[in-house]
Design a binder for this molecule. Sequence first.
Ligand SMILES: Nc1nc2c(ncn2[C@@H]2O[C@H](COP(=O)(O)OP(=O)(O)O)[C@@H](O)[C@H]2O)c(=O)[nH]1
Ligand SMILES: [Mg+2]
Ligand SMILES: [Zn+2]
Length: 294
Amino acid sequence: MNNTSNVSIGRVVEGRGGFYFVHDDDRVIMATARGILKRDDQLIYVGDLVKYKILPNDEAVVTEIYKRNNFLARPPVSNLEMLVVVFAAASPQVNYPVVDKLIAACEFKNIDVSICITKKDLVTEEELEEHLRIYENIYPTVSVNGITGEGIYDLMDIIRGKNVALAGPSGVGKSTIINHITGEFSAETGSISERTGRGRHTTRHVEIFCLPDGTNVYDTPGFTSLDLPEVEITEVRKAFPEFRKLNLMCKYSDCIHINEPECAVKHALSEGKIGKTRYDSYCLMIDEVRKWQK
Ligand SMILES: Nc1nc2c(ncn2[C@@H]2O[C@H](COP(=O)(O)OP(=O)(O)O)[C@@H](O)[C@H]2O)c(=O)[nH]1
Ligand SMILES: [Mg+2]
Ligand SMILES: [Zn+2]
């Protein structure tokens, strides 16, 4: 992305030992942050879109950080556009409150959500269908078999061109999925493993794989859980998109759908139009928020 001067724009894909690796089209430039940024004590995070320039001595220096769309502290990354919330159809058994809390945190942070159910080979069609039914009308939802790679293309269609990370408990198959996805471009991503000088998934820090189709996959050891921001009780509803339309039909506009009469959400729940596990997760979040307020 060159313009008139020797200033270019790229994305920080890794930070290590005081160096920042900046991805710009098909190159990765190793840059430092001397100069303006150092003076102002500005921190650079993986995911940042930055301006950098090449000095006469060929040294690359980051000179400016573009405004971040968002920032997550643990692990520290910026500009995430979609979180793929991953859980296994079996082994380990899904913990819906954990899944729904990851989703809710994204809703508050304005990060798109998609759902990926792994290990479909371990359950019957009916059992898989039960998991799918909970989410497929709310978020883009796919099921995959990490062993055969079945379903990986469906996932790639959902994440294409976005800055994405995978989140979910350990053992559900996140690394397996990332290996499938980067494997599709193995010739092209080779340069990235050369950069780290290690196997692709032995890293303990955050790193972004910039795939040739424009997808930026954040590979992080973290994101097994995300904290909810300190919201008001009535705001928890906003993290459940399937409640939003119904809100309007509750008798009270500030209905939090727990004990109020003529509640459209509870009515939908009794008719099976809202998932029981989703509603239970919602109630747990309300409890959590109530505890903060005491
Ligand atoms: N049966 C089955 N096993 C899987 C599947 N996906 C991953 N695994 C296995 O589950 C284990 C954990 O996978 P891994 O990708 O390391 O999970 P992570 O901790 O979420 O990164 C590994 O032994 C994988 O081989 C799947 O779809 N079916
Ligand atoms: Mg892993
Ligand atoms: Zn209600």
